[in-house]
Write a protein that binds this ligand. Structure first.
Ligand code: HEC
Length: 150
């Protein structure tokens, strides 16, 4: 019997990889940020310049720089505080010294939750864009791989 289209189609469809849903700030990052980061990086916090001018003071209060919107957060991914987001959240697997960034611990209560949430952050930045370099060591190619959709 000649295989009909109706017989072949289901098999064909199964081989086409499901289009991964685009990761966005609004859908994927914001809820996680509210749960895990907002307490210390929300509206009580100052923006970066003010934070840096009194870093010790704010750090003592357990306040980091303010990152409570899309534009305020992408500053720590692309520019001007290039790669800070990745350096602080990385689990150490991409770091030269093998140590996790000091914000990694806030991603979850246990290693499984931290890994799951790190994957959410990585998917948003883009797997190829998850580069820990500072601006001077970053290539245009690296920058081009950062997705960070709003
Ligand atoms: C308990 C409070 C607390 C929580 C929760 C927290 N942070 Fe922080 N964060 C800080 C403080 C304080 C600093 C500044 C001191 C330092 O540099 O370590 C900081 C610094 C940072 C920096 C570096 C900013 C710079 O100066 O370049 C980034 C990026 C960051 N945090 C991201 C996050 C993200 C993303 C989360 C959520 C997963 C998070 N933090 C959760 C307190 C917190």
């Amino acid at each position: 019997m000649k295989p009909s289209l109706a017989m072949i189609l289901p098999a064909l469809l199964m081989t086409v990889p499901a289009q991964a849903e685009d990761s966005t700030y609004a859908k994927h990052v914001r809820p996680l940020w509210e749960a895990k980061c907002m307490a210390c990086h929300g509206e009580r916090s100052p923006y970066l310049a003010e934070f840096l001018s009194k870093k010790e003071h704010y750090t003592k209060l357990s306040l980091g720089p303010r990152m409570d919107s899309y534009p305020a957060l992408v500053m720590y991914v692309g520019w001007p505080d290039t790669g800070a987001f990745m350096r602080r959240l990385d689990d150490g697997k991409n770091a030269k010294n093998g140590k996790p960034g000091n914000m990694y611990v806030h991603l979850g209560a246990d290693e499984a939750e931290r890994q799951k949430n790190l994957a959410v952050m990585k998917a948003w930045v883009g797997e190829g864009g998850w580069v820990l370099s500072k601006f001077k060591d970053l290539t245009r190619e690296d920058l081009g791989k950062m997705q960070v959709k709003e």
